[in-house]
Design a binder for this molecule. Structure first.
Ligand code: FES
Ligand code: FES
Length: 216
């Protein structure tokens, strides 16, 4: 049995016929080819599958596609505009916050949702906001620095548009990673959960959902 689902993904409308138990993550990656949204734990523990659902950061691995019917989904592929990176994406490059890149799309979208409602966060607040997004590579400080820098830029220049092209090295560029084009990267199985999530607890999609509007 399949059911009809209409999704608005990155401003494009999709009419799909899906099995009721298929996740939004699976539909995004398999049916729409949006592989910037990563998959790993499939149980709302790691955050690599984070997307925005009506502006709130959610774990797409535990959202059924029919639950997103008629709703607005933004993936990492939809964050930049006119072929340029969003300032958050550029900040991750500028601060060297990207290593294997597997966690980065989810990190950026969680940060995006948080900054929409908290434009001037402290470093501790950024760490708390990103506690549901795990990274095995970076040690987190550069990620916090990148988000803090982007927050400052966005709050002082509300009309700031996406920054021009990246300064990434040839090969698998950081711009491709932060833009979601890279499918590779390390599989962050059992990432260190202590650096950001200091109480060691995973965070559910519901807990992560935030009433966030768009960031300029
Ligand atoms: S794959 Fe969804 S939270 Fe890990
Ligand atoms: S850069 Fe975060 S898991 Fe590799």
């Amino acid at each position: 049995m399949t059911i009809s689902v209409t999704l608005d993904v990155n401003g494009e409308r999709y009419e799909l016929s899906v099995e009721p138990d298929r996740t939004l993550l699976d539909v995004l990656r398999t049916d729409l080819g949006l592989t910037g949204t990563k998959e790993n734990c499939l149980e709302a523990e790691c955050g690599v599958c984070t997307v925005l659902l009506d502006g709130a950061a959610v774990n797409a691995c535990i959202v059924l596609a029919p639950q997103a019917h008629g709703r607005r989904v933004v993936t990492i592929e939809g964050l930049g505009r006119d072929g340029t990176l969003h300032p958050l994406q550029q900040a991750f490059i500028d601060h060297g916050a990207v290593q294997c890149g597997y966690c980065i799309p989810g990190m950026i979208l969680s940060a995006y949702a948080y900054l929409a409602g908290h434009p001037q966060p402290t470093d501790d607040e950024i760490r708390e906001a990103l506690a549901g997004n795990l990274c095995r590579c970076t040690g987190y400080q550069k990620i916090v620095d990148a988000v803090s820098s982007a927050a400052a830029a966005l709050s002082t220049s509300p009309g700031l548009s996406a920054a021009p092209g990246s300064s990434a090295a040839p090969g698998l560029s950081a711009a491709e990673v932060v833009g979601g084009a890279a499918e590779g990267g390390a599989d962050p199985k059992n990432p260190d959960k202590n650096a950001l999530d200091q109480d060691g607890a995973g965070t559910s999609a519901g807990e992560r959902s935030r009433d966030a509007g768009p960031i300029p």
